[in-house]
Design a protein around this ligand. Structure first.
Ligand SMILES: Nc1nc2c(ncn2[C@@H]2O[C@H](COP(=O)(O)OP(=O)(O)O)[C@@H](O)[C@H]2O)c(=O)[nH]1
Ligand SMILES: [Mg+2]
Length: 208
């Protein structure tokens, strides 16, 4: 459920970029941050180790317009993908309204993608959320490596591995170059706003 801030007339929705370590979650947020207008975005906060690994999360807040007079802000979070940070991932998922599952197209990461998706389903289930009903979009990242020495999986294989049961919208992307990044964000935002609007309609008391 989104957080409704009555003093600010604001609805805050939380979107989490989830996926295995190095799949490109932080790079997605960095690209979005770099391209958004200053009046739309808040500060990007990264809590990482001295290198480039996300230790806790990255955070970026964006303004998405209005629902019933309330400003809609989406907060984008990433999780640390490394296996041993499961407790942190669970914390970041708290209050989630939508998920972008970022899959790494590199062939060597095939198993890691599947494990990460199963881990997402499990961590959502622990919060009483079904991966089949939460707003969810899958992004197949690093498509720019197509035709290079790094071997990547064809989209059909990725779809089969990760989306044959879920059948959610999916996008090829290169977070590094920016292709597909805003398509992904637009779709998940659309799904979240739709879901949140529906939930708000179900609240019987008037919003103001
Ligand atoms: N070639 C290529 N590299 C990428 C892409 N997205 C991310 N990377 C690289 O993959 C590495 C891990 O990216 P990062 O965003 O830190 O992954 P995270 O662990 O999911 O946050 C970095 O070296 C990125 O530059 C992409 O679309 N194409
Ligand atoms: Mg990261």
């Amino acid at each position: 459920m989104p957080f409704i801030n009555f003093s600010k007339d604001e609805i805050q929705c939380k979107i989490v970029y989830y996926g295995a370590g190095f799949c490109g979650k932080t790079t997605n947020l960095q690209y979005i941050y770099a391209k958004m207008n200053d009046d739309t975005k808040g500060k990007m906060v990264s809590i990482d180790t001295r290198g480039d690994r996300t230790l806790f999360f990255d955070f970026l807040s964006l303004n998405l317009g209005k629902i019933r007079g309330f400003d809609v802000r989406v907060q984008l979070y990433t999780v640390p993908g490394q296996v041993h940070y499961d407790a942190t991932r669970k914390l970041v998922l708290k209050g989630v309204d939508g998920v972008v599952f970022v899959a790494d197209s590199l062939k060597v990461q095939r198993k890691k993608n599947i494990e990460s998706l199963i881990n997402l389903a499990k961590n959502l289930a622990e919060k009483g959320i079904s991966i089949r009903t939460i707003p969810l979009v899958i992004q197949y990242n690093k498509r720019d490596l197509d035709g290079t020495d790094s071997e990547i999986l064809p989209l059909e294989i990725l779809e089969k591995d990760l989306n044959s049961m879920l059948r959610v919208p999916s996008f090829p992307a290169s977070a590094l170059k920016g292709a597909g990044v805003f398509e992904t964000l637009r779709e998940i935002s659309k799904l979240v706003v739709k879901d949140v609007s529906r939930k708000i309609m179900l609240v019987d008391q008037p919003l103001r």
